[in-house]
Each structure stands twice: as structure tokens, then as C-alpha cells.
Design a protein around this ligand. Structure first.
Ligand SMILES: O=C([O-])CC(=O)C(=O)O
Ligand SMILES: [Mg+2]
Length: 562
């Protein structure tokens, strides 16, 4: 990423208020002239430091903590005091710090949110205050919000209902927007919709800081979400809204309701689908196969699983299959086994249901068709875990799959680490090192019989920062399914394995900014092609992407009194 020459910023804050404003604070990096101009003399030690020197001290302090939650709290504190330094630090140590600020540690931070709470960040929009949402958005202090990540916290990773603790997720996601996708933190806003919680432990916890009631549901819930959305549209009509970690029953209806009306997407449905398909495309390329050659079994049939299944169908169709053929190669299982037409299923599952009459003989107990029955009979080549249940992809399931598929692709995607359907080292061992494995949470390289197997992190963090940057740079008014399909293909093109550079299925985190930039350009071009962004020459779009790409460097400040 090239550094751009930045104009000075005109600042009206001074003295302690300036030091208390995280977006503007430079701490010990204020120059002599700035200290004089902004009434900072005497408020800081004499030595004037560079951002690199500050980051070095912060890294030393970070390294002294010996558990991940304390490291998380420490980094969040830097974020809340000096955002430029925070992003300098995490972008310099992304491999080490991403699991601390994001999955998996962020899951624990959500669970303990009220215990570890320090300072305000983002907006808490509570149900009892629903007649004052416009006022709340005015209080957000940011004038020009371009990306909002909003959750109602009902399904935080695989950890369930976390009440307002879910705020950790929008904060973490938006940190990646800035660190990986170059969206300035001045333009991002994390939001939690506090509609109560059904988590009894939180309701009983005297420390819990949210609205202490059971969740609002049904018509009142949808009405409340709509009041929030309409207030956002009034305040920032062009903002991109990312829905995050809503429960299955609400995620799809909300997406369907708003996706053609607003610039929005659901990360768990569309972002997860895009990164999974991108990973599968890279794996297919490495095997010399096409997606259409595969049979896919899903462990978990929720909105994430169905979102991935839809995207796989779309790609298989692109590769020449018709819709019915593509669907016939995809099998969804829930806790009740294979979804068949004698079961009552949700709308979004309907098209993947199999005829019970045709598969009845697959059942070993004459009743349901278990995952093991299904794997034995349908002989999948791809197995995807999106169940939120640890251990569901058992040794027997993997060995049965391996018996008829010499090069299985196995993706246990549930987050955080504690919810993974199978441990990568087990999958590698059960398949004698033949499986291609990728997980949603980060895992170390597996050593098996003297060989190293890097485990790709198939996480939507490879997708949403680039998609967001592409939307902002192109001025897209909608986020279409085709833009997500493009992001998958762009990600697969960046695979070091596809490029013949290494055995890594997905790019290294150290390259993620370049990857996001590439995805942003492709997504922006697609938006123009689809008529949801104003057409410009590709070079103009590329320049817009680079111009929008914020880098954590201090800018020169000049004083203004208004
Ligand atoms: O946050 C993550 O790591 C991925 C994700 O969206 C989820 O699991 O809900
Ligand atoms: Mg999520």
C-alpha cells in the first residue's frame, strides 16, 4: 500500500480534551509546535516520540500479559485512548494480535463484557429508549459514518445469547475493517441493539450492564430494528450496514427485508458463504477439479450453512450445471439428520430437502438418516461444519468419508475454537495427511509424520473488509449476491496454492491488506457492471480504492477555533 501525502487536519479541540479524544490523540508524538498550539505543555513527558517508538513500548507491555483476555483488555484500552497507535500496533503484529482482538478471544470478551467493561465505545440502542434513536445517533460524535456493524447479540459466534456483551463483535469486526480493509476508524460505528436477553446467567448477574429483561420478539422486535434502520438512513443515508450474529430465525428475514432497499449485507450468511466458496475454489484448483464435480455434506443446516449452499449452487451453475443438478449434489443435516421432505423445515432450507422415499434405505435404524449414514451412502467429497457443536465431525465420520474419497476437503468452521466440529490435527491424522482442512478459528500448523500442514483460517475476515472498501470506493448503493460471488473468486485468485507460491490455501495475514484491496477493486467493478454504482473507468476506481485506504500514521494538526 503506498503512503499518500496527507493534508494537515484542522482541529478545534485542545488541552486534556484533545488527549482524551482517541481518534485524534497522539500522546507522546505531539510535536513541540503542536504542544504549544494546543495547550498541551506540561501534560506530556518531554521526549517526543515517533509512532514506531510508541508501538515498541506498547508491544513490550502487551507481551508482559500472560493470558489472552488480559491482552485483549490491554489492546482495547489503547484503542480507547489512541486509535492511530492501536492500528499501527495491530497491523505490525497482525498474526499475533488478530486472535486477541477478534476470534477466538473476542468470544470470551463478549461473555465477560460487563466484568471487563472500561470505557464507552459504540452505541447501545436499548429497546426502552426506542423513541429517541435519532438523538442517540446524534450523540455518536462521528459526523460521517460509512460503515456500521450491528448485532442484537442473540447468536454470538457459537456462544449463543450474550446480551449487550455481543458489542465485542461489532468492535472486533470494525477493527478489522480498519486494519485489513483500510477504512478509517473515523468512519466506523459499532452498534448493539439491546432488546433484552434470554441468557439467565446474565439476567442473574448483578454486574450485567444491559437492559435486564427477556428478549423482545415477534412484531415488536422487527418494528424496533426497523426504527433503528430508518434512523440510520435519515442520519447517514449512504452508510453500509453489516448485520452480524443475529439468531437464525431473524437473520434471513432481516436480510430479505432490507437487502434490496439499503446498502447492507449479513456477514454470517453472505460473508461466510463467500469465504467458504473462495476457499473451496482454491482447493478445487489445487486438486485440478471443479466445484461441479463435488458432493457436499453440511453438518448444520442454519442460515450460515444454507448461505454457503446457495453460493455453491450459484458457482456450480456458472460452471454449467442446472439448478436441480447442483442442488442434488448438496446434503444438509441438522441434529435430526438429513433434511428430508417429511420434516418441517425453515423457508431457506426448503430447496435442499431430499425426497424421503428416495433415500429411505440409507437409514441404519430405519428412522432418521444420521450424518454417518449420509456420509456412507452419498460419498461426499466436501464436508462442511457449521453447527456450533464441538466434535460432531467424528473419527468414524471422517474415516467413512475417506474410505470413498482419497482427497477429502473438510472444513470445520464453527467458532470460537471451543466449538470446532473437529480438530485439524485429528482430521489430518484420520486421513493419513490426505485431507485439505480449513477452519473458522485460527489453528497452529499441524505436524504429522514429519510433514507440516498449514491450516487455513476460512473466516469471513478475508471478505468483509474488502467488500466494504469496494462498496465505499465505488459508492455502491446495494450489496448484491454477485458482488459476493466476485469476492470469492478474487480471494481464490489470491491463494498462494493457486498461484504456485506455497502450500497455503489462503493468503497470509501479512498480505491481507493487499488481498482486501484486490477484492475491493473486483467488487467495485461488479457493482458498476450491475448498475448499483456509477460507472467509471477501472483506473478511476483503483485510485478511489487507494485514496480511501487509511493507514495508521499521524497527521499534522493545525488549530482552528470553530
Ligand atoms: O466472527 C467470526 O470469527 C466469524 C463469524 O462471523 C461468526 O462465527 O459468527
Ligand atoms: Mg458472525
Amino acid at each position: 500500500m503506498t503512503t499518500q501525502k496527507k493534508r494537515p487536519l484542522y482541529i478545534r479541540y485542545a488541552g486534556p480534551v484533545l488527549l482524551e479524544t482517541p481518534l485524534l490523540n497522539k500522546g507522546s508524538a505531539f510535536t513541540v509546535a503542536e504542544k504549544q498550539a494546543f495547550n498541551l505543555e506540561g501534560l506530556l513527558p518531554a521526549t517526543i516520540e515517533t509512532i514506531n517508538e510508541q508501538a515498541q513500548r506498547a508491544y513490550q507491555q502487551f507481551s508482559q500479559f500472560n493470558n489472552d483476555l488480559d491482552k485483549h483488555i490491554y489492546l482495547r484500552n489503547i484503542q480507547d485512548t489512541n486509535e492511530t497507535l492501536y492500528f499501527k500496533l495491530i497491523t505490525s503484529h497482525l498474526e499475533e494480535m488478530m486472535p486477541i482482538i477478534y476470534t477466538p478471544t473476542v468470544g470470551l470478551a463478549c461473555q465477560k463484557f460487563s466484568q471487563i467493561y472500561r470505557r464507552k465505545r459504540g452505541l447501545f440502542v436499548s429497546y426502552p429508549d426506542r423513541d429517541r434513536i435519532d438523538d442517540m445517533l446524534q450523540n455518536a460524535t462521528k459526523q460521517n459514518v460509512k460503515v456500521i456493524v450491528v448485532t442484537d447479540s442473540e447468536r454470538i459466534l457459537g456462544l449463543g445469547d450474550q446480551g449487550i456483551g455481543g458489542m465485542g463483535i461489532p468492535i472486533g469486526k470494525l477493527a478489522l475493517y480498519s486494519a485489513c480493509g483500510g477504512i478509517s476508524p473515523a468512519y466506523t460505528l459499532p452498534v448493539v441493539l439491546d432488546v433484552g436477553t434470554n441468557n439467565q446467567e446474565l439476567l442473574n448477574d448483578p454486574m450485567y450492564m444491559g437492559w435486564r429483561e427477556k428478549r423482545v420478539s415477534g412484531e415488536e422486535y422487527f418494528q424496533f430494528v426497523d426504527e433503528f434502520i430508518q434512523a440510520v438512513v435519515r442520519r447517514w443515508p449512504k452508510a453500509l450496514i453489516q448485520f452480524e450474529d443475529f439468531a437464525q430465525a431473524n437473520a434471513t428475514p432481516l436480510l430479505k427485508k432490507y437487502q434490496d432497499e439499503l446498502c447492507c449485507f449479513n456477514d454470517d450468511i453472505q460473508g461466510t458463504a463467500a469465504v467458504t466458496v473462495g476457499t473451496l475454489l482454491a482447493a478445487c484448483h489445487a486438486q485440478g477439479t471443479k466445484l461441479r464435480d463435488h458432493r457436499v455434506v453440511f453438518v448444520g443446516a442454519g442460515s450460515a450453512g444454507c448461505g454457503i449452499a446457495e453460493q455453491i449452487v450459484a458457482h456450480m451453475r456458472d460452471e454449467g450445471l442446472d439448478e436441480a443438478e447442483a442442488i442434488s449434489q448438496i446434503y444438509l443435516t441438522s441434529s435430526k439428520g438429513l433434511l428430508t421432505d417429511d420434516m418441517s423445515v425453515r423457508d431457506f432450507q426448503q430447496k435442499f430437502v431430499k425426497s424421503k422415499a428416495e433415500v429411505a434405505q440409507w437409514s441404519s435404524d430405519g428412522q432418521s438418516i444420521t450424518l454417518l449414514d449420509l456420509v456412507r451412502e452419498s460419498k461426499p467429497t466436501i464436508l462442511i461444519g457449521v453447527s456450533g457443536v464441538a466434535g460432531l465431525i467424528s473419527e468414524e465420520v471422517v474415516k467413512t468419508m475417506f474410505a470413498s474419497c482419497p482427497k477429502p476437503i473438510i472444513l470445520p468452521l464453527s467458532n470460537p475454537t471451543s466449538k470446532v466440529e473437529a480438530l485439524p490435527e485429528d482430521v489430518i491424522r484420520w486421513t493419513n495427511g490426505q485431507a485439505i482442512v480449513a477452519t473458522g478459528s485460527p489453528f497452529d500448523v499441524v505436524n504429522y509424520e514429519g510433514k507440516k500442514y498449514p491450516i487455513a483460517q476460512c473466516n469471513n475476515s478475508y471478505i468483509f473488509p474488502g467488500v466494504g472498501l469496494g462498496v465505499i470506493a465505488s459508492g455502491a448503493r446495494r450489496v448484491t449476491e454477485e458482488m459476493f460471488m466476485t469476492s470469492s473468486e478474487a480471494l481464490a485468485e489470491c491463494s498462494p496454492l493457486v498461484k504456485g507460491e506455497s502450500q497455503h490455501l489462503l493468503p497470509a495475514l501479512s498480505d491481507i491488506r493487499e488481498v482486501s484491496r484486490y477484492i475491493a477493486i473486483q467488487v467495485g467493478l461488479k457493482a458498476m457492471e450491475q448498475g448499483v454504482a456509477t460507472k467509471v473507468e477501472p483506473e478511476v476506481l483503483e485510485r478511489a480504492v487507494d485514496k480511501n485506504f487509511w493507514l495508521p500514521e499521524y497527521r499534522e494538526y493545525r488549530r482552528t477555533s470553530f
